[in-house]
Design a protein around this ligand. Structure first.
Ligand code: PLP
Length: 405
């Protein structure tokens, strides 16, 4: 049974007030709040178990190492990876994509090669590829989107050719909530021998993900957007690529043997985990995944789908409000503008009414340029949100309109 009151009671922060009003937290696309079970795991390690992993022979080090490797198994199982070794822990999506851009780029890319991205990418899935293109004298090709914020897949396919080394695409747009047909894109790219990275930062918290079914080559995601501690996340990669790729950072657990003449590297996944990883956050990520699985990914998806549908319906009835992004397949985030009111003004007034939304370009400036705007107001949902909270958002937006127009 899906019990929203029970779910909400597990998030201590949801009983906070802001300016004397109950907190309505609709900024989940930026980061989610953490349930007690995740906070407890982190606290328990700091209080009773903490020691650096992998390098110790002593008891606590072994306890933490086991918990860290169990968390890797949990992530691998959750996304149906073929093996635990295909999960590289990172601090989040940004670090995962930077790792890939460096290691994939150094291993497989040459001058005049091309990387294909889309207009709706987060800067984290643009800038590392631009940096690679500058370094290697390659070209970045960008697939167009429609006025409704849907990907022009025909245009994307027309960009694929024998020079394309990688396609990098968001599963869900962090601004518009557009769900991209990644399985179809992967199928088309693979037919031409081109691997695909899926940026799952905005899909993993909301959907059942099966990397073998999608057949993606790489996937990046952030733990803090799915109820886990900050500093957690991962890069999934098929072992056949990861085994061939050169390491990203040097030092720590990524070595096999070091001499001044030559260093050899550890096996997967350690080859890509230099230095002390944020093992406590990674363990927290494992617990957060269990928390989501206990609720059930289908229940999460169904509940959030209803919230988005309700938000679109109710916000859509507000005079002078227009949505940025009206894709048919829509997930978890809704962006809008009211008349010519600046999004910051809307956000600040909503805040005074206890409603937390995000305003601005959402780290997607090229998308803002495409839509001819400088920013949006974005409400983004999580498992603990309710229709009553959306009513409060709508009421607050109405107030903003009355005050400012
Ligand atoms: N990609 C997308 C689609 C995002 O929404 C975000 C964060 O908002 C990122 C990448 C970057 O994630 P992080 O800051 O956790 O590395």
């Amino acid at each position: 049974m899906f019990d929203i009151a029970n779910i909400r009671s597990q998030f201590p922060i949801l009983s906070e007030t802001v300016y004397g009003k109950p907190l309505v937290y609709l900024d989940n696309g930026a980061t989610t709040q953490k349930p007690q079970c995740v906070l407890d795991v982190v606290n328990d390690i700091y209080m009773h178990k903490n020691a650096n992993i992998h390098r110790g022979v002593h008891h606590l080090s072994n306890v933490c190492t086991d918990l860290f490797e169990q968390a890797r198994k949990t992530v691998a199982r959750h996304i149906n990876a073929l093996s635990d070794a295909e999960i590289i822990f990172t601090r989040g999506t940004t670090e995962a994509i930077n790792l890939l851009a460096f290691s994939f780029g150094e291993t497989y890319c040459r001058p005049d090669d091309e990387i294909v991205i889309t207009t709706m990418e987060h800067h984290a899935n643009i800038v590392p590829w631009q940096m690679l293109c500058e370094r290697k004298k390659m070209k970045l090709r960008v697939a167009k989107i429609s006025d409704k914020g849907e990907l022009d897949t025909d245009h994307l396919y027309s960009l694929l050719n024998e020079r394309t080394r990688l396609v990098c695409v968001a599963h869900v747009s962090n601004v518009m909530g557009t769900v991209n047909p990644v399985k179809q894109i992967i199928g088309k790219a693979h037919a031409m021998g081109i691997p695909v990275l899926v940026d799952a930062a905005q899909s993993m918290p909301h959907k059942n993900i099966d990397v073998q079914d999608l057949d993606c080559d790489f996937m990046a995601f952030s733990g803090h957007k799915m109820y886990a501690p900050n500093g957690s996340g991962a890069l999934y990669g098929k072992a056949k690529w990861l085994n061939e790729m050169v390491p990203y950072h040097g030092g720590g657990e990524m070595i096999e043997k070091v001499t001044f003449e030559k260093t050899t590297y550890n096996q997967l996944p350690f080859k890509f985990e230099a230095g002390t990883p944020d093992y406590i956050s990674a363990i927290g990520l494992g617990r957060a995944i269990e928390f989501m699985e206990e609720i059930g990914m289908d229940n999460i998806e169904r509940h959030e789908h209803e919230l988005v549908k309700y938000a679109i319906e109710r916000l859509g009835a507000i005079k002078d409000l227009r949505f940025i992004g009206e894709a048919a397949d829509h997930s978890s985030a809704v962006s809008f503008l009211v008349g010519n009111i600046h999004p910051y003004d809307t956000g600040m007034i909503l805040d005074k009414m206890g409603v937390a939304v995000r305003t601005g370009h959402h780290c997607a400036q090229p998308l803002m340029d495409r839509m001819g705007i400088t920013g949006t107001v974005r409400a983004s949902f999580a498992i603990y949100n309710t229709k009553e909270e959306i009513d409060k958002l709508v009421e607050a937006v109405e107030r903003v309109r009355m005050m400012m127009m």
